[in-house]
Design a protein around this ligand. Sequence first.
Ligand SMILES: Cc1ncc(COP(=O)(O)O)c(C=O)c1O
Length: 262
Amino acid sequence: MDRLPLIAPRPPGLSGMAAQLRAIEDRGIYSNGGPVVRGFEADATARLFEGKGDCLAVANATLGLMIAIRQAAGARAGTGAFALIPAFTFAATAHAALWAGLTPLLCDIDPLDWASSAQAEARAFDRYGDRIAVTVPYATFGAGIDLARYRDYAQRGIGVVVDAAASLGALDAQGCQFGTDAPFAIVYSMHATKVFATAEGGLVHSGDCALIDALRRMTNFVLPAAARPKARGSMPSCPRCWACSPPNGWRRSMRWPRTACG
Ligand SMILES: Cc1ncc(COP(=O)(O)O)c(C=O)c1O
């Protein structure tokens, strides 16, 4: 019996991008945050997020989650405080919290939309109070989750990072890209298995440009921050050859039906 694939990845092929790859070689600029990556971030902000806020390209969504969770935890990173994570997500979410020195605290999902349950979150806040430093909801399989609830948490001083791995191309109830202009970090994957695929890659968006700037510095060993680094940095920046694939990705994503979500 023939097997039906669950998904059929169609990332843009590098072989179709000979001109763009040659242009990179001709320019000879091999730099963190060079023109291809920065151009892609600016295009993503303009085309997907209506020019609001800013975007940061990273090598994959796991690395985006790692830096965003660490930044959201602030001084509580490394203390073992809790990161509230839905019981139904991908292992990367909990691994990223562990990397930030937090303890994953699993929370039930809602059986109707498979996303973190508001009641279960409320019970966790009642029980653990300010031991919860960060909450990392997952927009399950690209479904829209209620960001108003998370804005509320953010206003109460709880760090919020949204794992929106499958949501690049998903629309919210207003017809905008899910996550547009959010005050916290929204982390998307561009892995080959995702709708907006570059084969490998991640994108972090926020309406808060200062937050994206802080995350950008974390991708570059916290440079060019002032004398003493205040956050732990690494180098999860997006490789140039993946960043040049979105021009093909743009064309494809225009053809693909966008995932609607409420
Ligand atoms: C929910 C979720 N979070 C994070 C990731 C990690 O994404 P990436 O492969 O880009 O690191 C995935 C990947 O499938 C995912 O499904």
